[in-house]
Design a protein around this ligand. Structure first.
Ligand SMILES: [Zn+2]
Length: 211
């Protein structure tokens, strides 16, 4: 279970207070948050992490063993998959290709298609993905942790798409990682740091002008 991060300001316009649940007393002035008014009432901080189910036609990334908000450390191995038109996930690992959604409720997602290509590709995408996933290349026997893994699977699938269909222009595993993960790391890193502090202390105070 992941919690939603809330942000509010009580008495001080220069300090944001972040929490899962508004503390009974303002950590700055000690006044009750129930009987006194907050300058800015609690609003939800958007998470960079998302449920794969709400991201069709996307590449999705999560830690191989843990979840980003539970147990993940910078530099841990990442696992990657592709979603169908319904947000179901195809992924390749030592057991071969499997299709699931259970493990993908808190992942990074990057849309593969230009939004205008959706219409004509809605039906073809799933067929193409299924056909690709059923190729003997993706058997459990062929799996190799470093030379034939989940990244090769996703990259291979991207290569089957016609040119011009996707804004993602990746030709190597390194580029794929760069494109998907690096572009999100700063935001994700900040979010994870805040999330863990709230878990530890109940809330965290931050200067209002830092973003
Ligand atoms: Zn206060």
């Amino acid at each position: 279970m992941t919690s939603t991060v809330l942000c509010f300001q009580h008495c001080d316009r220069s300090t944001n207070i972040l929490c899962f649940q508004v503390p009974a007393k303002c950590p700055l002035c000690g006044a009750s948050t129930e009987t006194t008014e907050s300058r800015i009432p609690p609003f939800v901080i958007e998470s960079p992490l998302t449920n794969a189910m709400s991201h069709p036609f996307s590449i999705i990334v999560k830690p191989t063993c843990q979840q980003f908000l539970q147990g993940y450390k910078d530099g841990d191995n990442l696992h990657i998959g592709v979603t169908t038109s319904n947000g179901h996930v195809y992924e390749y690992d030592e057991d071969g290709v499997c299709s699931s959604s259970e493990e993908w409720k808190s992942c990074l997602a990057v849309s593969v298609l230009y939004s205008q290509s959706y219409g004509s590709w809605r039906s073809q995408w799933d067929d193409q993905l299924l056909e690709f996933a059923n190729r003997p290349d993706w058997s459990s026997e062929r799996y190799d942790e470093s030379t034939h893994n989940c990244f090769d699977f996703v990259l291979g699938f991207l290569r089957t798409l016609p040119l011009g269909l996707s804004p993602l222009n990746v030709s190597s595993k390194a580029e794929l990682c760069q494109e998907l993960v690096k572009s999100h790391t700063v935001k994700l890193g900040k979010y994870i740091t805040i999330y863990k502090k709230i878990e530890d202390y109940g809330y965290v105070c931050m200067p209002a002008n830092s973003d």
